[in-house]
Design a protein around this ligand. Sequence first.
Ligand SMILES: C[S@@+](CC[C@H](N)C(=O)[O-])C[C@H]1O[C@@H](n2cnc3c(N)ncnc32)[C@H](O)[C@@H]1O
Length: 242
Amino acid sequence: MTGRLWGLGVGPGDPELVTLKAYRILRDADVVAWFAATGRESNARRAVAVHLRPGQEELPLIYPVTTETLPAEVSYEGLLAKFYDEAAASIGALLDDGRDVAVLCEGDPLFYGSYMYLHNRLAAYYDHEVVPGVPSMLAGAAVLGTPLVSLNEMLTVLSGVLPADELYRRLVSADAVVIMKLGRNLAKVRDCVERAGLLARAWYVERATMEAQRVLPLADADAARAPYFSLVVIPSATAPGR
Ligand SMILES: C[S@@+](CC[C@H](N)C(=O)[O-])C[C@H]1O[C@@H](n2cnc3c(N)ncnc32)[C@H](O)[C@@H]1O
């Protein structure tokens, strides 16, 4: 019998925000797989490190590239597709051996999570289940401690990677907004938020629920770039101020 594939949402970073179900599956898994950048600790693993069994088998999946600039002849998408093919093959071999594999994913696995690329390659062939996790955008709203949306208001989730005109167009018609993936897009995002007249209620949240968490008005976030684990939260205008 083949093993079971788990897409395990582990939440935004605080080990206490791991669900009871994720905890049980993590402890029972034969192999725990996680993604990380070269030479960097896996954030998803850090969130569950205190919950791992001593000596539990792990499978690191190390990205060949992250945000670096590549030579023109090298395709970023091509490198990642090959990486996910190889990662899926490694996990498939474990599943064929009858071993249960839990793939850790920060936040929720199907909300911009890398697990989905393995899921797309493996779910048709193996028994599998996705365990939802607390998404970072809701952790971001929680650490602000102010309502995000209420009644019939709409929440818009945007990627900071979008071109400035597209970001602006979506911001001006939004009730409440979360902007993910800031990185080197921080200055562009701040400009667009200001142009859309939303800067006064926009917050910058870095490493939500982790030990190094930082929360400040977006207007004061003036670094050239933001760390990977950062987002912007703009609660609706009807929310009481922070
Ligand atoms: C690839 S997406 C993964 C999202 C994740 N699956 C989730 O459910 O939140 C990565 C982006 O999530 C956001 N993010 C994830 N964890 C975060 C945290 N603890 N604090 C702030 N932003 C976070 C950042 O915007 C980051 O660029």
